[in-house]
Design a binder for this molecule. Structure first.
Ligand code: TYD
Length: 208
């Protein structure tokens, strides 16, 4: 039996990475996974050796990248990730948890940068080869809340893109969540409350 594919999405500062880490510890002990299945925790960009090399190129705000080139680089990162990591694991019956997937490209490069949504969608098909997550958890936090949470630090290409950009990305995530049936997790609560909501969503959707 093929494994299950879970994705966590959200704007920068939504608490996504720490929830991925918590979920990565909890899921194998949750009783939801069949005996013998392992959980692979991975991320985009960067879940493969190629992705590790693309990551600093994509994030470094010093080197300008045209929005269409940026879109293609994220698509390349994803194609490699799907073929080399995600699909082989799922085919072997394992479960995969990814910190971001194609929804991020639709939100950041589509809604945020203004790349044609039609083009984004076509490229998504190419990059994923039609693979879609079994469950996408969307950590819903407003950009204002995210800003007050995040300690000031050197900003990457996306964190430094300005508040209008972040508003468009946040709006994109809201639209995508509706269109794609993502599971909304209110992310303004304390970490343990968010974690409990994430676990409840998994029980509701993944129980055999
Ligand atoms: P992020 O998950 O924030 O990584 P880190 O925790 O290491 O900073 O992702 C890095 C940035 O990449 C984030 O600002 C969103 C952006 N991004 C896109 O613009 N498009 C994409 O398709 C993906 C996967 C990420």
């Amino acid at each position: 039996m093929p494994g299950r594919f879970l994705v966590v999405e959200g704007i920068d500062g939504s608490g996504k990475s720490s929830q991925v880490e918590r979920l990565g510890h909890w899921l194998p002990r949750s009783g939801l996974m069949p005996a013998g299945a392992r959980l692979l925790v991975t991320r985009e960009p960067g879940g493969t050796p190629l992705g590790e090399r693309l990551y600093p190129i994509l994030l470094n705000r010093q080197s300008p990248i045209h929005s269409r080139a940026e879109l293609l680089l994220f698509a390349a990162d994803r194609a490699q990730h799907v073929e080399a990591v995600i699909r082989p694991a799922l085919n072997a019956g394992h479960w995969v948890l990814s910190d971001r997937f194609s929804g991020s490209t639709a939100a950041y490069q589509g809604y945020g940068r203004g790349c044609s949504l039609e083009l984004v969608h076509r490229l998504e098909q190419v990059a994923t080869g039609g693979l879609t997550p079994d469950l996408t958890l969307w950590l819903d936090l407003s950009p204002q809340q995210a800003r007050t949470r995040k300690p000031p630090s050197p900003q990457d290409r996306f964190e430094g893109a300005g508040s209008d950009f972040t508003e468009r990305v946040a709006h994109g995530f809201r639209q995508l969540a509706r269109e794609r049936g993502w599971w909304r997790i209110p992310a303004g609560e304390p970490c343990t409350v968010v974690e409990a909501a994430v676990q409840a969503a998994c029980h509701s959707t993944l129980a055999a």
